[in-house]
Design a protein around this ligand. Structure first.
Ligand code: SF4
Length: 435
């Protein structure tokens, strides 16, 4: 039995990097410290795709890696406008290889931000973002706001490691010296811990941010008695907490990005943060979901100039979310094949998008079966990033962290290698046809 320390969890955007494991006979037998229950479950392992498969007469039949990779290359080579989607639960090296492949075959490359924090990215492009690292939050923040986010269930270590419950250099008393405000449309596990819980009406976040901004800027007389279901009294209470805080942070989730004014909600949230600067240090940060959703946005920006939803079919990068985003492309039936990697649109895309996805050839690359497997035509199992292979990822605060390899595999192939091998096959097909 070997004890391995400083293991990094490859599940959510917290990217916890102080996990201690026990490994015996190339198997994780115990997660001793550091991981939450979902992180622990991933590290201990569960049912995975056992072999590459190709669908024949409606049924997935097992095959070799070479056969599956050749078939995937044929599908992409024959396509006029393939969609290459996912990329958030794999490492930056795979993302980079995928963007290169998309450029070469004239595809549209997009990641899961398109259905989660895409509006946050658009807002940041509009007005910038006053943000910080999670380390700064841990060491300095005395007022924490979670808005439209439920970390107690979705990012289980977030409060313990980085925010309300953590103890840092200037926050040695932990939660005793801090205040927690939760804003949501319903009571959650996180709201139960809050000093102040604000129950906002569905889709009215924009108005509540505006009211708080007005109060912070000295215009409380223009704020009516109730805004978005929240009483003026409560708004004044929160504004006073903001005024008294030395270092405040707003963490926001998809409860804000996908309601009402969408990316304008985030623009307003950022302007609320700036109003906080009249009184103290204020920051804001999106609660990114997948462990490397942030990393894809980084890599895509390095390589194409844009963070997601990039159409490379014109021979240059064209970025126009709403037109070039995956769901819109699928609604319009504007792509003729799809490579889905490290994600599950089968479970998360709207029905109209899925209807087209079910009609076109789909290649899936993933360690685990999920609803997308049900309609995939080629399934290629991957080594598990952060367990069977290493690689670079970006935590939700844009801090790069290296995933470690903790188990050996002599069968499963890392995502980056699968994508590179598909690309090599596409080049070989092109050479064969004398293009
Ligand atoms: S909080 Fe997220 S990164 Fe940390 S152990 Fe849990 S699932 Fe893994």
């Amino acid at each position: 039995m070997v004890e391995i320390t400083d293991v990094v969890c490859s599940l959510c955007g917290c990217v916890c990097d102080d996990i201690v494991l026990e490994v015996e006979n190339n198997e994780v037998v115990k997660v001793k410290r550091g991981a939450c229950s979902v992180g622990k479950s991933k590290l201990l392992g569960h049912e995975r795709i056992k072999s590459p498969m190709i669908r024949e007469n409606g049924e997935l039949k097992e095959c070799s890696y070479d056969e599956a990779i050749k078939k995937a290359a044929e599908i992409l080579y024959k396509s006029r406008r393939p969609l290459l989607y996912g990329w958030s639960s794999t490492v930056c090296e795979a993302d980079s290889a995928g963007i290169e492949l998309a450029e070469d075959i004239g595809g549209v490359v997009d990641n899961t931000a398109t259905v989660c924090h895409g509006p946050s990215v658009l807002a940041i492009q509009d007005v910038g973002i006053p943000s910080c690292t999670l380390g700064e939050v841990k060491n300095r923040a005395d007022l924490i706001i979670y808005w439209g986010a439920n970390p107690a269930q979705a990012h289980a270590n977030h409060m313990k490691r980085y925010s309300y419950v953590s103890k840092g250099y200037w926050t040695a008393e932990g939660k005793k010296g801090k205040k927690l405000v939760v804003v949501d449309v319903r009571k959650t596990m996180t709201s139960k811990m809050a000093d102040v819980f604000i129950q906002v009406e569905q889709g009215k976040d924009y108005q509540v941010f505006s009211a708080l901004r007005a109060i912070l800027r000295g215009h409380e007389d223009v704020v009516p008695d109730k805004v978005g279901g929240v009483s003026k009294e409560q708004l004044l209470e929160v504004a006073n907490m903001v005024k008294e805080a030395k270092f405040g942070i707003t963490f926001f989730g998809m409860g804000v990005t996908h309601t009402g004014a969408r990316h304008n909600n985030i623009v307003n949230a950022i302007q609320f943060t700036r109003a906080g600067h009249l009184y103290g240090k204020w920051s804001i940060m999106p609660m990114r979901g997948h462990f490397n959703v942030t990393g894809f946005n980084q890599v895509c920006t390095w390589q194409t100039g844009f963070p997601f939803s990039v159409d490379l079919s014109r021979g240059y990068a064209w970025y126009n979310p709403g037109e070039t985003s995956s769901t819109d492309l699928l609604y319009r039936e504007d792509c003729d094949s799809a490579l889905i990697i490290a994600s599950d649109p089968g479970a998360h895309f709207p029905g109209a998008a899925l209807r087209h996805l079910a009609k076109i050839p789909v290649i899936q690359i993933d360690p685990f079966a999920n609803p997308t497997t049900e309609f995939a035509d080629v399934v290629i199992p991957a080594a598990i990033s952060g367990i069977e292979c290493e690689g670079g990822v970006y935590r939700m605060d844009n801090i790069p962290i290296r995933l470690r390899k903790i188990l050996e595999t002599d069968y499963y192939v890392p995502d980056a290698e699968i994508v590179e091998r598909i690309h090599a096959e596409v080049r070989a097909l092109r050479e064969k046809e004398g293009e």
